[in-house]
Design a protein around this ligand. Structure first.
Ligand code: FAD
Length: 652
């Protein structure tokens, strides 16, 4: 039992307040000294474990004070247990302290404890929002720490560790090597001789004991990591929000414009169509999350997508999705997928039998499956219009972008006739299948400038693009009416989906095939009606004829791996100039066009990927730690296909 537990709680709370205060004072000193440029992004502080909550409260108080003074701070929690909201309030009561600023937002946004990184934004008294990330998951904290996609400046380890497993504690400290900066500060609770030894071996120098040991948490060690401060790969100078041009006003571009406008950017939203229609003209887009027993990339990413989508839209009228199991084997896989999510799985999905499935759907489905209460279906055009109405967005439609180039006053955007559509400090390409050719058009623009004598530099037209061509898949959905279908309560999905519409009709979809989006095809409507009959067998009966009311055709664009393309554009010119070096060392960061981002290839999951991608781009432009794990970030990175090509060259 640590000595801490015998101290009165308020005394211990004050001690932690002082200890975390000292940590922040050192961070303050560094920010004002030369060790680290204040423009290099926020100070990132991690708390491992919750203990009796004193360190968490102290961290929030000190961070919020700094934040209200204009300092950029980010907090990351790795709780060693998952408290419910009521338990968090108990922590506060136990510490006998007033709630720190942002406490209510913390409680309101406290995640349900599904594995992965969770995002909460805490408003400080001036209304600015401090990002808090909570990382949940089973396994060693060292493994979780390695999933953070940005370096740490300060760390407090409160988690009690098993003295019988010193290797686990040593592993945690070793993990700091990859995710800490040189000079990262460490506060370690309950640090006996063994722990101090491990701290020293992990290249941390212990600081001398404080002059007032009574005012310090018992056995708490303070240390800083050895090594000279040098830039981390994820560090970058953060530009103050100015003007960003978003190209494409579909689902992706519209939500991206809204997210960036809320960050304070002036947004120019450009679309080639006079009247862009979001969501491939579909009356509803349903959330299609993926679950898998091994909780794979797609499953983890779609959880992030669902959480992001819910932050950016009003709650749906008839929420919930029933994912029917095709057979016993799939039902077993579904149960295993829920088990993989741990004890809080039901907030995302829980297995239901055929009887409960029928109750939830309002119609007999004949089989059970998974119930996903958080999924919804929305009218994409209504969503996009609401997003585009956000303050700070200027829309310019009927304005196709053809080329773009860098000038002293920012990026210039030109239409096919060479007319200037606008200027911006940053760009986001969200024009679906047009993004890869648009990304390449910078070369043509630069060469045109050279031809006109504006610059001396030309580039070979033959440079291959850094984005893959996106596969194009035609799709058609069918709006149907049938007697009894009006009582359908939720999305029912299996091989295809049926989704209730507000007027008692339903949308069934969707076909997948080659071809363009010229017009509907009868065969696809019939295939959709057959889908409905498989999902709700009553509609296979001739006594319940299904009437076709209309069809909506569109194109889905995806890269070969079916994951979206999100992130900074790779700099094609710098890439090809340094190709050999990069192929030799695949740890070297890819050269990027710093202020140009991509959000494309959303395939059949635009409803999830568009808000998630928009938030990730906003994180990047603001210099914040991305709110998804590093391996997921790599999996959707707009540079991943370049990385693959480099690896093949390096291996060859
Ligand atoms: C039949 C069908 C059913 C679907 N059902 C679902 C579903 O249930 N759930 C789901 O999540 N997803 C679904 N999808 C997929 C979803 O529609 C897409 O993922 C999403 O709409 C893609 O959005 P986007 O903004 O990337 O592309 P788009 O909506 O295509 O927007 C791209 C915009 O860029 C503009 N643009 C193009 N080139 C230029 C240029 N040079 N200059 C300026 N502007 C340009 C275009 O005019 C367009 O407005 C479905 C798709 C189909 C076809």
């Amino acid at each position: 039992m640590p000595r801490a537990s015998v101290l009165p709680s308020d005394e211990l709370a004050s001690q932690w307040y002082r200890a975390i205060g000292r940590l922040f004072e050192q961070l303050d000193a560094r920010a004002t000294g030369n060790a680290r440029s204040p423009a290099a992004g926020p100070m990132r502080c991690v708390l491992i474990g919750l203990g009796c909550g004193h360190a968490l409260l102290a961290l929030l108080e000190h961070a919020m004070t700094r934040h209200a003074q204009g300092r950029a701070v980010e907090l990351i929690l790795l709780p060693d247990r998952w408290p419910a909201v009521a338990d968090l309030n108990d922590l506060l009561d136990g510490a006998c302290r007033a709630p720190p600023p942002g406490w209510d937002a913390l409680l309101a946004g406290w995640p349900a404890g599904l594995p992965g990184l969770h995002r909460i934004m805490l408003p400080d008294p001036s209304g600015r929002r401090l990002p808090l990330r909570v990382l949940a998951g089973s396994g060693e904290p060292s493994g979780l720490l390695r999933r953070l996609a940005a370096p740490i400046d300060a760390l407090a380890i409160i988690a009690s560790h098993d003295p019988a497993r010193p290797e686990s504690h040593a592993g945690l400290l070793r993990a700091l090597k990859t995710c800490c900066r040189p000079q990262t500060l460490l506060l370690h609770a309950d640090a006996g001789a063994l722990e101090r030894d491990a701290i020293g071996r992990a290249a941390f120098d212990l600081h001398p004991a404080p002059s007032d040991p009574q005012g310090w948490p018992p056995d708490c060690a303070f240390a800083s990591r050895r090594g000279l401060s040098r830039p981390h790969a994820a560090d970058r100078t953060v530009a103050a929000p100015a003007t960003v041009a978003v190209i494409g006003a579909g689902l992706a571009g519209s939500v991206c414009a809204a997210v960036l406008a809320r960050e304070g950017w002036r947004v120019l939203l450009i679309d080639g169509a006079e009247h862009p229609v979001a969501g491939n003209r579909q009356p509803r887009l349903a959330d299609h999350p993926h679950l898998s027993p091994d909780d794979n990339f797609l499953a983890r990413l779609s959880r992030h997508g669902l959480a992001a989508a819910r932050r950016w839209r009003e709650p749906g009228i008839r929420p919930g999705r029933l994912q029917l199991a095709a057979d016993a084997q799939e039902a077993w896989q579904q149960r295993r997928a829920c088990e993989a999510l741990g004890p809080n799985a039901a907030t995302l999905a829980r297995p239901v039998d055929a009887r409960e499935a029928a109750q939830l759907a309002g119609l007999p489905t004949g089989r059970g499956g998974l119930w996903l209460p958080a999924c919804e279906a929305h009218d994409p055009e209504m969503l996009a219009r609401a997003w585009r109405r956000s303050a700070g967005i200027e829309c310019r439609f009927g304005a196709p972008l053809a080329r773009w180039s860098r000038h002293d006053d920012g990026w210039h955007l030109l239409d096919p006739q060479g007319r200037l559509l606008g200027r911006a400090d940053a760009l986001v390409f969200a024009a679906a299948g047009a993004v890869p050719p648009l990304a390449r058009s910078r070369i043509a623009a630069a060469n045109a400038l050279a031809m006109s004598g504006s610059t001396a530099r030309t580039f070979p037209d033959s440079l291959p693009g850094t984005l893959p061509e996106l596969a194009r898949l035609r799709g058609q959905s069918t709006r149907v009416r049938a007697s009894g279908l009006e009582v359908l309560r939720c999305i029912v999905a299996g091989n295809g989906y049926v989704c209730p519409l507000d007027d008692g009709t339903a949308l069934v979809g969707a076909s997948t095939g080659a071809g363009g989006d010229e017009g509907p095809v009868d065969a696809d409507d019939h295939a959709n009606i057959a889908r409905l009959a498989r999902l709700i067998p009553a509609f296979a009966e001739p006594a319940l004829p299904v009437q076709r009311l209309g069809s909506a055709v569109g194109l889905r664009f995806s890269p070969a791996d079916r994951l979206p393309l999100v992130g900074q554009l790779v700099d094609d010119v710098a890439l090809h100039a340094n190709w050999r070096d990069l192929a030799r060392n695949d740890r070297e960061p890819l050269p990027r066009v710093d202020t140009v981002h991509v959000l494309a290839g959303l395939g059949a999951r635009g409803s999830l990927w568009a808000p998630l991608g928009a938030e990730l781009i906003a994180d990047r432009l603001a210099g914040r730690m991305p709110a998804i794990e590093g391996d997921l970030l790599d999996a959707i990175d707009a540079g991943r296909f370049v990385r693959q090509r480099l690896r093949r060259t390096g291996a060859g």
